[in-house]
Structure formats: C-alpha cells, structure tokens
Design a protein around this ligand. Structure first.
Ligand code: SF4
Length: 345
C-alpha cells in the first residue's frame, strides 16, 4: 500500500481524506511500522483496518559501502526472490543524499556498454517495490535524503505507470517528501512514452541517455532506442520543454574512440541545437570499452562548447563496488557496513 494515493487509501479504508493522509504520513513519510503514538487520532476501526494492510518493503540482503566515494550499494530481494539494487549517493552538501533506484529486474534495452543490458528483462518492479527500496535506503541514511534518480537497473519509461506512480509518491507531502525538482527519470529515449509524459505534464526531470547523435552508431550502441529517429526524439523533447520550461538534459556515456568525435557534436547541433540543453558526460564502466583519454575527453568537451549549453562531467559513484552507471547486475556481496548506521537526521 505504500504507493497508494490519499484518495485510494480513503476509499479502501472507508475513512476521510485527512485520516488517510495521516496514515500515509506515518507509514511512508515517517517510515513507521504501525500507527502507535500518532499525534492526531485516527478512528479505532480505521486504524485496525489500516494496520491490517500490507505495508511491507523488499528485504535488504546486502549492503556495501564504496571505500572511495562512500556511496552505499543495497541489494534487495523481492517477494518472488528476484534481486535488484539501489544506491545511496552522498551529495556535495554534507549530510545530504540521493537514492539511485531500479525500476526493473534486468532490462530489455540491450545497451552495449551496460552490465544490466546483458541480463535481459526478467520483470517490471511494482510502484510499491520501488518506493519500498527508497524508504529503506532513506531510513538508514546518516542524514537527509533530498533526491532520487531512476537510473538503476531497468529502463524506467518501459515501466511507465509504476515509475510515474512511484515518483509521485516520493514527491507527496504524506509520501517521501522529496522535492519534485530533485527527482530525475533516465531513459534511452522511448519516444511514445516521452510524448505521453509531456502530455500528462509531469514535473520530474527527464534525462535522455543520448550517447550518440550519429544514427548508425546510436543504433549499434542503444539498439532498442534506435527504433525512433533522432528527429522524432528531438520533437518529443521539444514537447517536454514546452511543458516543463527547463533545459533538457542529455546524458552521454563517453566511450573512448567511439562517441567522442566531432561528428557527434555536429549531430547534436543538427538535431537538438534549437533546444536549451544540459549535457552530462559520464565515463564508461564496462570491460568492453575503454575510457576516453584526457586529450580525447578535453577535445570533445571543448567542441561541445559550440552548443552554448552547460556541459558537466558527472562522476559515477560506486565504481569500486560495481554500483556505478552501467554496472548494476545484482551481484550479492558481503556486508561491510553496519546494518543500522546512526542517523543524524
Ligand atoms: S543503460 Fe539503462 S536502458 Fe540501457 S541496458 Fe542499461 S539499464 Fe537498460
């Protein structure tokens, strides 16, 4: 029930909306296990019915802290035994964290530089499962979780309904209490879903993993995304920009000698040059590709300046423990951090 809306819960419990909101705040915002000690009373019969509902979360089976960047990689077991990761990411501001969430068990997109893509798709996560992983990571964080990114296992827009529902729950005052502006959803660029997302006017940031703006190369690197042309993708982003009014973020996994060339910059300019953009460069984490050399990366970075868009080099967290972008493949590892780190929230 942890992704239920207040309306849905009120109907399920046959209670007023205020009581439903207080119950959700208890179980979701505060992470409570029951309704004991609630400041504002909820009718006894409603309370009994609420406590009898399923508020369970996926079980943690492993936690590993990265020795270098202090990110923590969680492994969760779902009710059918499938396993997925979530990663607690320290933000620049001390005591603040973001959570990287999985949306599917495995992934159907087959991106050639990604460990998850090699797994294939087992199944979608439910919104309850996604929110449940978030809440557990949040409750164990030694500080405040102020952001969430759907960039773990899976293509989030392939599991559209559950991901949007989970994001809405995270942003709700009686839910995760994360600012909608601090929630990002990554996608390889599924055009029909992007069109729907724009039509539904959702506020969460979309990050399109473009990775190549040369059609034949993009088709090779992101085979499933290659079904739609770059012009179709650009049209979808124009619709999104019209709704959200913010820069559209393109993520670019830098593959040394593959997509760090000038024709890529020309491709971005040709197809997306009329859009206000932000470009995130990310070093690849794959045994099948080499990273760009400093010279290659710097030359690409300099060439991108012609687009007059902010270009940011993003550092993947968790590379030491295989939890960086493109490395999540549900491997169990030994526990290396305390089960319940002291909270300073
Ligand atoms: S990069 Fe994302 S969309 Fe592509 S295979 Fe990996 S998890 Fe799936």
């Amino acid at each position: 029930m942890i992704s239920a809306t207040p309306d849905e819960l009120a109907e399920r419990l046959d209670c007023d909306l205020g009581s439903a909101r207080r119950i959700l705040a208890r179980f979701v915002s505060e992470g409570g296990a029951d309704l004991a000690g609630m400041k504002k009373a909820v009718r006894k019969d409603v309370r009994a019915r609420a406590e009898a509902l399923d508020w369970s979360r996926p079980q943690v089976v492993d936690r590993v802290e990265d020795g270098l960047d202090k990110s923590v990689r969680y492994l969760f077991e779902l009710s059918d035994g499938a396993v997925v990761e979530a990663v607690r990411i320290p933000l620049e501001k001390p005591g603040r964290f973001s959570v990287c969430l999985s949306s599917q068990v495995g992934c159907a997109m087959k991106c050639t530089f990604c460990a998850t893509g090699k797994l294939g798709l087992t199944r979608h996560l439910t919104a309850d499962e996604i929110v449940g992983t978030f809440l557990t990571v949040r409750d164990e964080a030694p500080g405040r979780v102020t952001g969430a990114v759907f960039m773990g296992q899976g293509e989030p827009l392939h599991n559209y309904d559950a991901v949007v529902r989970a994001a809405q729950t995270l942003a709700r005052p009686c839910g995760g209490r994360v600012s909608a502006k601090a929630i990002s959803i990554s996608t390889v660029g599924l055009v029909p879903q992007l069109d729907r997302y724009a039509a539904e006017r959702h506020p969460f940031r979309i990050v399109v993993s473009l990775t190549s703006a040369v059609p034949h190369r993009r088709n090779e690197l992101l085979p499933m995304a290659g079904r739609w042309s770059l012009d179709e993708l650009a049209a979808a982003l124009r619709s999104l920009h019209a709704v959200q009014g913010r820069r559209q973020t393109l993520a670019w996994v830098l593959l040394g000698g593959v997509n760090d060339s000038l024709d890529e910059v020309e491709g971005i300019a040709r197809h997306f040059g009329d859009l206000p953009l932000r470009i995130n460069l990310i070093d690849v984490n794959s045994p099948d590709y080499r990273r760009s050399t400093d010279d290659e990366r710097n030359a690409f970075f300099d060439a991108l300046q012609a687009l007059k868009a902010p270009v940011v080099r993003r550092y993947s967290v968790g590379a030491e423990q295989n939890s960086a972008c493109g490395m999540l493949a549900a491997q169990a590892r030994s526990l290396q951090i305390p089960e319940n780190p002291p909270s300073t929230a």
